[in-house]
Design a protein around this ligand. Structure first.
Ligand SMILES: Nc1ncnc2c1ncn2[C@@H]1O[C@H](COP(=O)(O)OP(=O)(O)OP(=O)(O)O)[C@@H](O)[C@H]1O
Ligand SMILES: N[C@@H](CCO)C(=O)O
Length: 350
């Protein structure tokens, strides 16, 4: 019998001007307990029994070819000539990451899936190669880089050749075959090109903590990307690049220069367009400054929203309550959590 645990953190993408570039791993986890016991195997489709607990447990699928985590694992297994999980695989998923709130739940699920496929198939692939498989499914690198490598990370996708591009542009539905009730369609999915993304870890001042204020409604990433323009002006591109160049080193410097970080966290590429999806966002992004609120450093929309992420060094309760009140004034209920930047995905054999 083999037993192991996979743990993947939540993440916040963008951090203001770093749209599709920056991500911070946050101390909320998706945890998967895996048992492979040939002697006590039940006859189940694809040899894999899935159970869920935690957030979204009642809505997340339990069929191995429908759940995003096991489907992703199946994708990587099939690319390596394995059509099913090993006989007697049981996967228990416990999720603490709110779904569809901008805290990287889908990114964590995809990273958990590639780690699961790698571990059950004993493929021994590096985290860098696993990122290629993850990018065939979640196609912007910010959340998944943070979830995989942990810390404060910047990433980009390299320019791909014509034939490589054809492979990565295949619709996700063809990478992850549609659920077929456990019946093997016999299709072999496309293998990803090698080295699609490059990433770099940055320092983050140790006194910085993240206050995540989480509204009680979901915004899907797809919907939140649909409201964005397809092209930007030169002024807006320069506005973000200038701030990004200052924000990254400023976040690593201790003690934190709160005035500088606050200004450098402004953005013109995504947040203003997403206001229509998140009531209260326009106010929240402008009403607090390091001068008016002790300990406050900066604020942004977390990923595709609707969660708002404030960075702070002290006075966390008061800052969180101010943001909660601004949401409440718009009729939006929410909860909040104080989170730390944390390490990336791990697999621990028992
Ligand atoms: N633990 C999980 N197991 C299976 N599917 C999941 C899991 N977590 C997330 N998902 C899938 O991902 C969807 C949410 O993805 P979406 O990209 O819209 O939001 P998010 O990842 O939480 O936000 P963001 O990408 O902005 O940080 C869920 O509705 C579900 O389909
Ligand atoms: N960078 C992405 C993160 C969401 O997954 C976005 O803002 O749309």
């Amino acid at each position: 019998m083999r037993q192991f645990t996979i743990r993947v953190p939540a993440s916040s993408a963008n951090i203001g001007p770093g749209f599709d570039v920056l991500g911070i791993a946050l101390s909320l986890y998706l945890t998967i307990e895996v048992t492979i016991d040939h002697k006590n195997a039940n006859n189940v489709p694809l040899n894999c029994e899935v159970t869920n607990s935690g957030l979204g447990a009642e809505q997340l699928p339990t069929a191995a070819d429908a759940n995003l985590i096991t489907r992703t694992a199946l994708y990587i297994l099939r690319c390596h000539g394995m059509r099913t999980f090993p006989v007697g695989t049981k996967v228990h998923i416990n999720n603490d990451i709110p779904l569809g709130r901008g805290l990287g739940s889908s990114g964590a699920a995809v990273i958990a899936g590639v780690m699961l496929g790698n571990a059950v198939g004993q493929l021994d692939l590096s985290k860098e190669r696993l990122m290629d498989f993850a990018l065939m499914i979640e196609r912007h690198p910010d959340n998944i880089s943070a979830a995989m490598f942990g810390g404060f990370v910047g990433s980009f996708l390299r320019e791909l050749s014509g034939t490589e591009l054809e492979r990565v542009e295949i619709p996700v539905a063809e990478v992850l075959p549609e659920p077929s009730g456990g019946v093997d369609t016999g299709l072999t999915p496309p293998e990803p090109p090698v080295g699609i993304s490059r990433q770099m870890s940055y320092d983050l001042a140790p006194e910085l903590k993240a206050i995540a204020v989480i509204p009680a409604f979901e915004v899907s990433t797809a919907k939140s990307r649909d409201v964005l323009p397809t092209a930007y002006t030169r002024q807006d591109a320069i506005f973000n690049l200038q701030r990004l160049s200052v924000l990254i080193p400023a976040l690593g410097r201790s003690p934190v220069d709160a005035e500088l970080v606050h200004l450098a966290m402004q953005d013109r590429l995504h947040q203003k367009y997403r206001r229509i999806l998140v009531p209260g966002l326009a106010t929240i992004l402008t009403f607090m400054t390091p001068r008016t609120h002790k300990g406050f450093v900066g604020v942004c929309l977390s990923g595709a929203g609707p969660t708002v992420l404030a960075l702070a060094t002290e006075n966390f309760d008061a800052i969180a309550e101010e943001i909660v009140s601004a949401f409440n004034a718009e009729g939006v209920e929410c909860t909040w959590k104080l989170l730390d930047c944390c390490d990336g995905a791990t697999v621990e054999e028992k």
